[in-house]
Ligand binder design. Structure first.
Ligand SMILES: [Fe+2]
Ligand SMILES: [Fe+2]
Length: 176
């Protein structure tokens, strides 16, 4: 889609976060580096999956190792700009980001994909938008029960049934 101006910022409300960070000149470089490293992480995981599917285990391992390093870099940049706060604040940030995505960002891009007749982008945007609403609800529930001693309702799954995350895409769990 030639018109997808913010697609590289899609996900987790990062577009909103960048808007805030850009207001602060010192944070801009770190915010841009966080965006770049985050993209590199996901890109390399996708490349690792492709290498695995072609039977290139060694190449897949190289991509996975690099992806893990990029995640460490991304988290370091994120902390440098103070983007990791208390859990209460993080939940509110997540709620704001998810609501932006399913209320503004994806509806706009879905319309654009319709206009351009870009079916793959349309399906991708529609699938993501549906899941962002689930994330939004989960974060609101988590915020409501935070510190209350109550548990969240048990759910069978939180991801889309047609697109389960592969184990290799759940890496890495380490935040530095
Ligand atoms: Fe890096
Ligand atoms: Fe989401």
């Amino acid at each position: 889609m030639k018109g997808c101006r913010v697609s590289r910022f899609c996900g987790g409300g990062w577009f909103l976060f960048l808007q805030k960070a850009f207001a602060d000149g010192d944070a801009r470089a770190s915010a841009e580096c966080f965006a770049g490293e985050s993209q590199a992480n996901r890109k390399y995981l996708a490349f690792a999956r492709q290498a695995e599917s072609e039977g290139n285990r060694q190449v897949a391992k190289v991509f996975l190792a690099a992806a893990a390093a990029e995640a460490v870099h991304a988290h370091a940049h994120m902390r440098a700009i103070g983007a990791v706060k208390s859990t209460k604040e993080n939940l509110q940030e997540a709620i704001n980001g998810e609501s932006f995505e399913f209320q503004q960002m994806y509806p706009g891009y879905i319309s654009e994909a319709h206009r351009e007749g870009h079916k793959a982008a349309l399906v991708s945007f529609q699938n993501a938008m549906a899941v962002e609403q689930v994330h939004h609800s989960l974060y609101i529930e988590a915020l409501n029960v935070l510190g209350s001693g109550r548990d969240m309702r048990k759910r069978a799954r939180v991801g889309p049934p047609d697109n389960p995350a592969r184990p290799s895409e759940q890496l890495p769990g380490r935040i530095t």
